[in-house]
Design a binder for this molecule. Structure first.
Ligand code: ATP
Length: 735
């Protein structure tokens, strides 16, 4: 309930003025123009009235004390209404006292505060709506505005009724829900736009990431392939190196051996042993030759000696036997044989033999000649001497021949031995030749082996270098995992070609990895961020959709509530309205009727909140009256008093249904005659049971119903002053 009103600098109240409302009914009295209505306007002002017209001004400045010739103008107009909140008529404020204050300044700015803290007008409005103090001012009836509700159009009337029924609180909630819904819808659109905006970016990033992942997959594949390859290759190279080096060592040793052996052969071939054997044979041959010739010479000598001996014998015989020479047949036959032999020899080439044959022939013929010529005795002795000499000569020669035959046999034996020796030597040579060939063969083989193994070692060195190169390359392409493999202790049982095939596979993978190119990890991060953002937006959209749904449901609920409260309120108001009306008019009736909505009215008021597009217009409210004993068609036909009564009946009816904490009536009773003034007074008493009343009045009857009376006066200084007065004084002051 109302406690106090504090006015300072507002209109004619230049100085701070405090009105206390400790009674249910307060009357404000005073002469015309003293500033009574300014009090009612001070209420309006403090409650957030925005219409300057309803405060009889044009600009905010008009609300500030403008000064007179005696006192300076104020710079600020401030009004505070202090409520008792012990019963929590403002449920949201947890204080026993609630002070609502508004101030305006000459620059036109307004300030609102609640218990000393600055707030927005909206906060004030909501607060008041919750306490059923509406803004349409149905609880503040200004001077001359008693019939305002009658003059208002159906829509304004509905607003007033809704206000009186306390629908404003619902309306506020509904409006707020609608505003939220609007914002939510706007947010939804915004979020959808954002999603549309980032969708292509996400698609782009996704492709990039897929590419990157493909590249990474390939790199992993490569790393895996490399691990196997490297593990095998490393062990292979080590093993091969050891094996080939060992083989090379063996081959080197063998080659050295073969070479040493060959060198030894060469050294031996250079000695004269072979030549000695040849020389020995040659010497033996020459010796045999020599002794053979010597014997031939001896044979020739023998032939000559035998021939001479033969002739000498024949001659000696002839001398002895006959004076003449008788040539024995035997000698002639012998001569003939010698000639024939010489002939045979002449066919060959043995000169010596031939000579000896011819000498024999010559001797035989000489012997013939001697026999025919020599004297018998002397001759015979001589001849016998000759024979003797020749015979001893022949004996010597025979012995010598025997010796030579032995010598020849010896020489033959020597030659044969030499030959045998040479043959034996040659035989040994052939064996050695075989060995030599074998060794030379072995040397060639080992030379080839050494060359092959050296080439292999070179190849292995090259492979090791390539291995290092490959590792570096793969490290760059596939990362360190390619090199972190378990070392092998045993090579797999497979063909080397398998490993070469592995290498080719690795090379192919390398090319693919290079081609895939990949990207940086940044892309992934960016993609994840974008996806996270997209998911966030999606969630937000869901949340927004949910909240929109909730808001729509709330609005629907509020609509139902509004509708219900309104129709229930309307019924109640009508019941009271009819009652009050017949009470005041001594019969008849009146009621509020909802407009027929299918009649589309051309409204002139463009500012109407009902004119919002898309919203069904609410039905306005008509007033139907039925005066006793009169046939009144329209409100316009009522007299001033009748209008005032009807209006009061309606205002009071509305107040009954949902009583406001206070009601200000500014000379609402001005047009009433005495009888009606009494009825009015009764109704005030009735009304005061539910709402505090502040009546501004010149009416004696009305004054008599008040518990507190304030007199407002204005002196020559043009400043309104307030004083508490008693009823008798009040009647005086009012004049
Ligand atoms: P009535 O009984 O004739 O209705 P009232 O007591 O209701 O009169 P108000 O209308 O409240 O009188 O007061 C009007 C007075 O207030 C006038 O004298 C006017 O000059 C004065 N007034 C209005 N605005 C200002 C202002 N801004 N500064 C000073 N005085 C003002």
């Amino acid at each position: 309930m109302l406690k106090r009103l504090e006015i300072a600098g507002f209109k004619s109240f230049a100085r701070k003025t405090v009105l206390d409302f400790s009674n249910q009914t307060t009357a404000i009295v005073g002469p015309n123009g003293s500033g009574k209505s300014n009090v009612a306007e001070a209420f309006r002002f403090a409650l957030g009235e925005q219409s300057m017209k309803s405060m009889r001004g044009k600009r905010s400045e008009d609300l500030i004390f403008s000064g007179t010739h005696m006192s300076a103008r104020a710079n600020r107009a401030a009004v505070a209404i202090i409520f008792d909140n012990t019963k929590r008529i403002f449920p949201k404020i947890d204080f026993d006292e609630v002070a609502i204050e508004r101030a305006v300044f000459r620059d036109g700015s307004s300030e609102y505060s609640l218990n000393g803290s600055k707030v927005r007008l909206r906060d004030i409005q909501e607060l008041l709506a919750a306490a059923n103090i509406g803004e349409t001012g149905h609880h503040i009836i200004s001077q001359g505005e008693a019939d305002r509700i009658l003059l208002a159009n159906p829509r304004e009337r509905r607003a007033m009724l809704e206000d009186a029924l306390g629908l404003k609180a619902f309306e506020f909630r509904k409006q707020e829900a609608e505003r939220k819904l609007e914002r939510t819808d706007a947010n939804v659109k915004e979020v959808e736009a954002l999603r549309r905006e980032i969708a292509p970016h996400i698609r782009f990033l996704k492709k990039q990431v897929e590419r990157l992942e493909r590249a990474e997959e390939l790199a992993r594949e490569l790393a895996a392939a490399c691990q196997t390859y490297f593990a095998i290759e490393e062990l292979y190279l080590d093993t091969e190196n050891v094996r080939v080096k060992r083989e090379r060592e063996v081959a080197g040793t063998k080659l050295a051996q073969a070479e040493a052996e060959l060198k030894a052969f060469e050294d031996r071939n250079n000695d004269s042993e072979g030549l000695k054997h040849v020389e020995k044979v040659r010497l033996a041959e020459r010796e045999l030759d020599r002794v053979t010739q010597e014997r031939a010479q001896l044979a020739r000598e023998m032939g000559r000696v035998e021939g001479a001996l033969d002739s000498a014998k024949r001659r000696s015989h002839a001398v002895k036997e006959e004076p003449y020479v008788k040539v024995p047949r035997q000698d002639l036959t012998q001569l003939q044989a010698s000639i024939e032999r010489a002939g045979d020899i002449a066919e060959g080439s043995d000169q010596a033999a031939l000579r000896s044959a011819l000498d024999a022939i010559k001797g035989a013929i000489g012997a013939f000649l001697v026999r025919f010529t020599a004297p018998a005795d002397e001759y015979m002795i001589e001849e016998e001497n000759i024979v003797y000499t020749l015979e001893s000569e022949r004996e010597v020669l025979g012995k010598k021949d025997q010796e030579l035959a032995d010598t020849i046999a010896d020489a033959r034996a020597t030659l044969e031995r030499a030959r045998q020796d040479r043959l034996a030597y040659d035989e040994t040579g052939r064996e050695q030749q075989h060995r030599l060939l074998a060794v030379a063969d072995s040397r060639a083989t080992e030379e080839a082996n050494v060359a092959r193994l050296d080439a292999r070692l070179n190849e292995l060195t090259y492979l090791a270098e390539e291995f290092t190169r490959e590792r570096a390359e793969v490290l760059a392409l596939a990362g360190s995992s390619a090199l972190s493999y378990q070392k092998l202790t045993e090579l797999p049982q497979e063909d080397r070609r398998t490993q070469e095939e592995r290498k080719r596979g690795m090379e192919r993978l390398k090319i693919r990895v290079e081609e895939a190119g990949g990207g940086t990890e940044d892309v992934k991060k960016e993609y994840e961020d974008a996806v996270a953002r997209e998911e966030f937006l999606e969630r937000e959209l869901n949340d927004l959709a949910k909240s929109a749904e909730g808001l729509r449901a709330l609005i629907a609920d509020l609509d139902v509530e509004l509708h219900k409260t309104f129709s229930e309120g309307l019924t109640k108001v009508n019941a009271s309205f009819g009652e009050f009306f017949s009470l005041m008019f001594g019969g008849g009736g009146a009621k509020l009727v909802l407009e027929e909505l299918n009649v589309v009215e051309e409204e002139e008021d463009e500012e109407s909140e009902q004119a919002e597009p898309g919203k069904p217009r609410k039905a306005g409210i008509e007033i139907s009256v039925n005066l006793p004993k009169k046939r009144v068609q329209s409100l316009m036909q009522l007299s001033g008093g009748e209008r005032a009564l009807t209006s009061i009946a309606l205002i009071f009816a509305m107040s009954q249904v949902n009583p406001p904490p206070f009601l200000i009536l500014d000379e609402t009773d001005a047009a009433l005659d005495e009888a009606n003034s009494r009825r009015y007074g009764d109704m005030i008493d009735n009304l005061a049971k539910k709402s505090q009343l502040i009546v501004i009045s010149h009416n004696r009857e009305t004054m008599s119903r008040a518990g507190i009376l304030y007199g407002v006066t204005m002196g020559s200084d043009g400043i309104s002053k307030l004083l508490s007065v008693r009823f008798e004084e009040a009647v005086q002051v009012a004049k």
